[in-house]
Design a protein around this ligand. Structure first.
Ligand code: FEO
Length: 395
């Protein structure tokens, strides 16, 4: 990729990881991803903000081939997809000083072996002059690590946000050209790694909104040259507001649980509740996480394996618990052959979710008319809980 100017004197150095399909050996990347560094040339000094994933080392180094001097390296975030090349860049630019937040100091040392004498901790709000441009450091902790910060250039009205507002999206476009596509990728990204820190992010959002910027340059995905839509999206995702929606992960072994799921989906739809159902043997777990950003209710549907919940439901419940969605209600349905502890097991998997259990329907063998009546009662309970809850947005 070629370095491209996004503001006078500011170049985006994007490394596009077209082939990558998994992050952290966990998170599916259906659209690949990118890692963006930014070169800021002032009249007196030059800074490089963040780096790239070591797998794409050459992408970054090729784009820096003509850059003889870097005075400052800025580490907004220590995770190695942005910091992994710092040791090599510090060797390449021996006079460069590495600027980081107070909490990053220890992390950069322990994760990357950066020597203390090359580091300079910057305080929240501190400024470093590059001559006709200024770097102002804005602490934004827990987006999604404790040390995260943004770098703001007031003269350019430009915010370097690293993971904040990012999207896993491989594209040759440097700016957002398809807002719907970027919004979906950014929502998936938020669901997977930002959602557990919703409260902290809400505070950080207010903090950066006080800055006068017209461009957000994240370190994943395209640059926002019209950033209002992504800021508004973050406002909504971090707000307490929920949608009249159910997230329904399910698995079926011999068809009983599937019959129950299909009946329940229909019953919920008849009552005006939207359902996102995910058959877990074919589900992209990122899609499931994304539905949890807005859903008011989680309903897990599981058959019974050796008296316990199906492992796929166990896994999905663990993921739901880990990403800490704001949902408020839950239920478990499913089937069994002779006995089942699946309900207790699923309930035990979600201690982080402060949910009200609206009901459980466990069926021995094939569902009957009585089973379907119980599922209708559960659908009634879900619809009523949503209708009565002032946090659930009514369409
Ligand atoms: Fe893109 Fe938290 O690293």
């Amino acid at each position: 990729m070629t370095a491209r100017e996004i503001k006078p004197g500011v170049h985006a150095i994007a490394s596009v990881h077209w082939e990558r399909r998994l992050f952290d050996s966990l998170i599916p990347l259906p659209d690949g991803t990118s890692y963006n560094a930014y070169l800021v040339k002032g009249s007196a000094a030059t800074a490089l903000v963040d780096t790239t994933d070591p797998d794409l080392r050459n992408d970054l180094l090729d784009q820096l081939a003509d850059v003889a001097t870097v005075d400052y390296l800025v580490s907004n975030h220590t995770e190695q997809d942005h910091s992994g090349l710092l040791p090599e860049l510090m060797a390449r630019y021996p006079k460069a000083v590495l600027l980081c937040s107070a909490k990053a100091q220890d992390l950069l040392s322990t994760h990357l072996g950066i020597p203390a004498e090359r580091l300079r901790v910057v305080k929240d709000g501190e400024e470093v002059s590059l001559g006709d441009k200024t770097l102002r450091f804005v602490y934004t902790p827990w987006v999604h690590w404790p040390e995260t910060m943004c770098t703001y250039v007031p003269e350019s009205k430009l915010l370097f946000s690293c993971d904040f507002f990012g999207s896993h999206l491989a594209t040759s476009d440097i700016f957002v050209t398809d807002k719907a596509q970027t919004l979906r990728a950014a929502k998936r990204y938020f669901a997977e790694i930002m959602m557990p820190f919703r409260a902290a992010i809400q505070g950080n959002l207010k903090k950066v909104e006080a800055l006068d910027f017209d461009m957000i340059a994240p370190s994943h995905g395209p640059v926002y040259d019209d950033p209002a839509f992504i800021v508004e999206a973050y406002r909504e995702w971090t707000s307490p507001k929920l949608r009249n929606e159910v997230c329904l992960p399910y698995v079926s072994m011999h068809g009983s649980t599937k019959l129950m799921v299909h009946h329940l989906v229909d019953a919920l739809v008849k009552r005006g509740v939207k359902v996102h159902a995910f058959e877990l043997t074919v589900t992209d777990i990122g899609d499931l996480a994304m539905s949890l950003v807005d859903a008011a209710t989680l309903i897990a549907a599981t058959p019974t394996v050796h008296v316990g919940a199906h492992p796929a439901i166990y896994y999905a419940s663990y993921i739901a618990n880990m990403v800490r969605p704001k949902l408020k209600y839950a239920a478990v349905i499913g089937s069994y052959g002779w006995a089942s502890k699946a309900v207790d097991q699923v309930a035990g998997q979600i201690p982080n979710l402060k949910v009200q259990i609206l009901g459980t329907v466990m069926q021995k063998g094939l569902p009957t008319a009585e089973t379907y009546a119980k599922l209708d009662e559960l659908a009634d309970a879900v619809a009523k809980a949503h209708a009565d809850d002032p946090d659930v947005v009514k369409d």
